[in-house]
Design a protein around this ligand. Structure first.
Ligand code: FPP
Length: 281
């Protein structure tokens, strides 16, 4: 699906917030507002290494990572993206030391409470995706509260993937689809998408991963089928507005063909076939 531009006025608002001559202003001016990715997904990786390089405990990296979350959410809203999905906690992350897991929940609570005003200011609608019923009750309560308070907002859809696994999501979808099929529903690609946690949202056009690892780590496995990948060596706490703008510009330079050739190459191929006397027409 080629992306539409949904909120050009927000893009204007981002520019108004920046000063001409600033690096981010130049980058933002270079972005084509008509070809923004509708949905960006991010694997936020490298908090532990960021802390390790400073001889700090891993949790200090997570705390610093919250600042990067804030910058990316605000910039995405100002750009007028339709959806942003952040991988905050995977179903595999329970294997981490209990103290680190506990600290992540506490940070999440602090983040949600602190960021609600920003979400309201920028018309952000918040959602949590994952097996939320397995989360500690206080975390679930905080998530549900922000979902409720932002449900009337119509701007950026911010999905936080918490206790999320792509395969677990597919298992959950298949269970629902088995019931649908029993009732006679046809099972096609649209039916599967409609049973995923991201039902109704466009698939990610751009998947960003920080800290240089070349893996998708069980993230949005169905939805990233046609996503463009952007892997940066930057560790998550150092990921800034500048780098988000650079990633979007990089995305806009890509030739997305969705298995086809793209219009220009298709025309050239037609001409070559014609010249070679091999035209099918
Ligand atoms: C990966 O870095 C990061 C996580 C597993 C957690 C992500 C959490 C945050 C960005 C902060 C809290 C977020 C919110 C939304 C409040 P890692 O620990 O795997 O880093 P490493 O690979 O260098 O060890």
């Amino acid at each position: 699906m080629e992306s539409d531009c949904y909120h050009v006025p927000e893009m204007q608002a981002l520019l108004e917030d920046l000063a001409p001559g600033e690096e981010d202003y130049t980058l933002a001016r270079a972005i084509d507002p008509g070809r923004l990715p509708a949905h960006i997904a991010i694997i936020m990786d490298g908090n532990g290494r960021w802390a390790g390089r400073r001889n700090l405990p891993r949790v200090a990296g997570h705390r610093a990572g919250v600042q990067a979350v804030r910058a990316v959410v605000e910039t995405s809203a100002r750009l007028g993206l339709r959806a942003l999905t952040l991988y905050a906690f995977s179903v595999e992350n329970w294997k981490r030391p209990p103290a680190e897991v506990e600290m992540l929940w506490r940070l999440l609570r602090i983040y949600l409470r602190a960021e609600l005003p920003l979400m309201m200011r920028h018309d952000i609608r918040f959602a949590a995706i994952g097996r939320l019923d397995e989360l500690p009750a206080f975390v679930r309560g905080e998530l549900e509260s922000v979902v409720r308070k932002t449900e009337g907002n119509r701007g950026l859809r911010l999905n936080l993937a918490v206790n999320y696994g792509g395969r677990a999501e597919i298992v959950d979808a298949v269970k629902a689809l088995v019931e649908d099929a029993r009732r006679g529903a046809e099972i096609d690609e649209a039916a599967i998408s409609a049973r995923l946690y991201t039902a109704g949202m466009p698939d990610p056009d751009l998947l960003i991963r920080t800290s240089g690892e070349m893996r998708v780590s069980n993230f949005l496995l169905w939805q990233i089928a046609y996503a463009e990948l952007y892997v940066t060596q930057t560790l998550w706490p150092d990921f800034s507005r500048t780098e988000l703008l650079e990633a979007i510009l990089d995305y806009q330079r890509r030739d997305r063909r969705f298995g086809g050739l793209g219009a220009a190459r298709a025309r050239r191929e037609d001409a070559l076939m014609e010249a070679a006397g091999l035209s099918a027409r």
